[in-house]
Ligand binder design. Structure first.
Ligand code: ATP
Ligand code: MG
Length: 566
C-alpha cells in the first residue's frame, strides 16, 4: 500500500452528487449512523461510520448518531456508553445530535394512528406463528387475515387499548395493510407493533407495545430530516417497505441506499457470536485485544487514524467480499511506522557476559527514536558488562542459514558494539544454556567498525542491571480459518477458534525508558513488532504490553502474489 493511495470514489457519492445537482433537499446532505445498543461496535461499523461521517464532511452536511433501540430484550446502557466512547475515540463527531429511536415512540405511535385513519393499517388477532403460517411462500400468495376488514374506529380503539395494556403479550399486533400476494414477502401485511411487556433500558415500563425495525427506521430517518439513509445490503429487499410507509404518510422521504457489509478474514462480526464469546469466557471481554471490536483494537494498540484509513481504502461496493486481515494490519503498520518511537525489549531473555568489559562500569549509548521521523530525536540507553539478548538469537549449533550469534561468531548489538561469542555456560543438571560469554570490540562503539567490516546480524539487547521486567502478550487470529463462517455439516462455529490466539510471555525485559510507559502508548520494539501498553493492565512502573502487530508485512506478499483484491 502506498502513501498516495487515494480514497476511491464510490457509487454512494455519485448518488449524493446527482441528488445535489438535481436540487433535491435544497442540496443538503444529512446522514446518520444507527447502531443498535446490543453490543460493542466493531470494524464493520467503522466502515459504516466512515461512509456516513465522510459524506457529511465532504458536502458540508451533518451526521447524526441515532441509537436504534427498538428491541428492548437485548439493549443495555453499557452498550450506549461504549458505542459513544468508541466513536469519539475514532475521531467522528456527532456534536449535539445524539438521538434515540425510543425517544420517538410517541411520534411513531401518532404516525401509526395516521395510517389506521387512512385505512392502511389494522389490528390483527393472529398469533406470531399464525401470521408466519399465513404469509405464503415465494410461489404461493399469503392468506388475508380474518381481521383485515376491521373498521377504522375499531382499529383505532384496539390499537390504543394495546398501548394501554388491555391485552396480553402476543395476542394482537398492528399490521400494515399492503398486499398479501406481493412477490416481496415483506410487503404481505408486515407487523408494525407487537405487545411485549419488557422493560426498556431507557423508557422503563412506559410502553408495552414496541415498533418493529421496518416500521421504526424510515420514520425516524424522516423525523430527523435525513437525506440519505445508508444501510447494508440485506436491507435492499426492505426498501419497498421503507418507501411505502413514507409515501403513505406523506412525510419527508429520505433515500435508502444499500452497500456491501465488511467481512474480514479470520474474523466473525456477528454481534450475537461476539456476545457468546464474551459470555462463555472464550475471551476476557468485549475489549479483549483479540476481538474485532473498536474497543479491542484500541486496547491492542491500533491507532484510530489507521482504522479510519482502512475504512476509506476498502471502498464501498454493492457486492459482499472478504477483506484480508493482513490489509488491516498493513494500515496499522504504516501508521505506526511513522508515529511509534523505537525501543528495545527482550521477550525471552538469554544472559550475555562481556568478559573484557570492566566490572561495575556502565555507559550510555545514543539510540535513534524513529528513523522515519528525525524530529523524534534520540535517547540514551545504558550498556554494561551483563546484558540480555533474545534466546532465539543464539544457537550453539547453527544451521547454514543462521547468521545470528553462535560460538566464534561476531554480531552487532544495535547502537552499541560488535561482540564475539567465546563460551557457552550450561546448567550441569539439565544441559540448558544459562549464559553465554562474549568479548566486545571497543573500537566499534555506536555500531560501526573503523575497518568497515559488517557482521551479518544486528541484535537488540537490554542492560541486565537496568532491565525492566514486564509481561508481554502476543496475539494470533481468533479463528484459524480464513472464513470461519464456513462450516462442515453439523459443525458448531466455535470449532474454528484458534487455541493459540493468546500467548502470555511473563518474563520479558525492557529497556529502562519503557518503565514509566503510559497506558496506550505505542512503540516499535526493534525486530519484534509494534507494542502498546495495555490500557487496563499496564501501570507506569509495572508495564504490560500487547503486541499490536508484527513487523512482517504479509499484505505486501499477498499483493505480490497477485491475490489481493481489497
Ligand atoms: P449484527 O447483525 O451483528 O447485530 P447490525 O448490523 O445489526 O449487526 P447495527 O448496530 O444495527 O448492527 O449496525 C449499525 C450500522 O452499522 C448499520 O447501518 C449497519 O448496517 C452497519 N453495519 C453493521 N455491520 C456492518 C458491517 N460488517 N459492515 C458495514 N456496515 C455494518
Ligand atoms: Mg441492525
Amino acid at each position: 500500500m502506498s502513501e498516495e493511495t487515494k480514497p476511491k470514489d464510490h457509487f454512494i457519492r455519485d448518488i449524493v452528487e446527482a441528488d445535489r445537482a438535481a436540487g433535491k433537499n435544497g442540496g443538503r446532505v444529512a446522514t446518520r449512523f444507527p447502531p443498535e445498543p446490543n453490543g460493542y461496535i466493531h470494524i464493520g461499523h467503522v466502515k459504516s461510520l466512515g461512509i456516513n461521517f465522510g459524506l457529511a464532511a465532504d458536502y458540508g452536511g451533518t451526521c447524526n448518531l441515532r441509537f436504534d433501540d427498538t428491541n428492548p430484550e437485548k439493549e443495555e446502557i453499557e452498550y450506549v456508553s461504549s458505542i459513544k466512547e468508541d466513536i469519539r475515540w475514532l475521531g467522528f463527531d456527532w456534536q449535539d445530535r445524539e438521538y434515540y429511536a425510543s425517544d420517538y415512540y410517541e411520534k411513531l405511535f401518532g404516525f401509526a394512528e395516521d395510517l389506521i385513519r387512512k385505512g392502511q393499517a389494522y389490528v390483527c388477532d393472529l398469533s406470531a406463528e399464525q401470521v408466519t403460517a399465513t404469509r405464503g411462500t415465494l410461489t404461493k400468495p399469503g392468506q388475508a387475515s380474518p381481521f383485515r376488514g376491521r373498521s377504522v374506529e375499531e382499529n383505532l380503539d384496539l390499537f390504543r387499548r394495546m398501548r394501554a395494556g388491555d391485552f396480553p403479550d402476543g395476542s394482537k399486533s398492528l399490521r400494515a395493510k399492503i398486499d398479501m400476494a406481493d412477490p416481496n414477502l415483506l410487503l404481505r401485511d408486515p407487523v408494525m407493533y407487537r405487545i411485549r411487556r419488557v422493560h426498556h433500558y431507557r423508557q422503563g415500563d412506559a410502553w408495552c407495545i414496541y415498533p418493529t425495525y421496518d416500521w421504526a427506521h424510515g420514520q425516524c430517518d424522516s423525523i430527523e430530516g435525513i437525506t440519505h439513509s445508508i444501510c447494508t445490503l440485506e436491507f435492499e429487499v426492505h426498501r419497498p417497505l421503507y418507501d411505502w410507509f413514507l409515501d403513505r404518510l406523506g412525510i419527508h422521504h429520505p433515500r435508502q441506499i444499500e452497500f456491501a457489509r465488511l467481512y474480514l478474514s479470520h474474523t466473525l462480526l456477528s454481534k450475537r457470536k461476539l456476545l457468546a464469546l464474551v459470555n462463555e469466557g472464550v475471551v476476557e471481554g468485549w475489549d479483549d485485544p483479540r476481538m474485532p471490536t473498536v474497543a479491542a483494537m484500541r486496547r491492542r494498540g491500533y491507532p484510530p487514524a489507521a482504522l479510519r484509513r482502512f475504512a476509506e481504502l476498502v471502498g464501498v461496493a454493492k457486492v459482499n467480499s472478504i477483506v484480508e486481515l493482513a490489509f488491516l494490519e498493513s494500515c496499522v503498520r504504516e501508521e505506526l511506522n511513522r508515529t511509534a518511537p523505537r525501543a528495545m525489549a527482550v521477550l525471552r531473555p538469554l544472559k550475555v557476559v562481556l568478559t573484557n568489559y570492566p566490572e561495575g562500569q556502565f555507559e550510555e549509548l545514543d539510540c535513534v527514536n524513529n528513523p522515519e521521523n528525525p524530529a523524534a530525536g534520540a535517547r540514551k540507553v545504558p550498556f554494561g558488562r551483563e546484558l540480555y539478548i533474545e534466546r532465539e538469537d543464539f544457537l550453539e549449533d547453527p544451521p547454514k542459514k543462521f547468521f545470528r550469534l553462535s560460538p566464534g561468531r561476531e554480531v552487532r548489538l544495535r547502537y552499541a558494539y560488535f561482540i564475539t561469542c567465546t563460551d557457552v555456560v550450561k546448567d550441569p543438571a539439565t544441559g540448558e544454556i544459562t549464559e553465554i560469554h562474549c568479548t566486545y570490540d571497543p573500537a566499534t562503539r555506536g555500531g560501526d567498525a573503523p575497518d568497515h567490516r559488517s557482521p551479518k546480524a544486528t541484535l537488540h539487547w537490554v542492560s541486565a542491571a537496568h532491565a525492566v521486567p514486564a509481561e508481554v502478550r502476543l496475539y494470533d487470529t481468533l479463528f484459524t480459518k480464513r472464513d470461519p463462517s464456513e462450516l462442515e455439516e453439523g459443525e458448531d462455529w466455535k470449532v474454528n477458534l484458534n487455541p493459540k490466539s493468546l500467548e502470555i510471555v511473563p518474563g520479558a525485559l525492557l529497556e529502562p525508558s519503557l518503565r514509566e510507559a503510559e497506558p496506550e502508548s505505542r512503540f516499535q520494539f526493534e525486530r519484534q513488532g509494534y507494542f502498546t501498553a495495555d490500557r487496563r493492565l499496564s501501570r507506569p512502573g509495572r508495564p504490560v504490553f500487547n503486541r499490536t502487530v508484527t513487523l512482517r508485512d504479509s499484505w505486501a506478499r499477498i499483493v505480490k502474489s497477485g491475490k489481493a483484491d481489497a
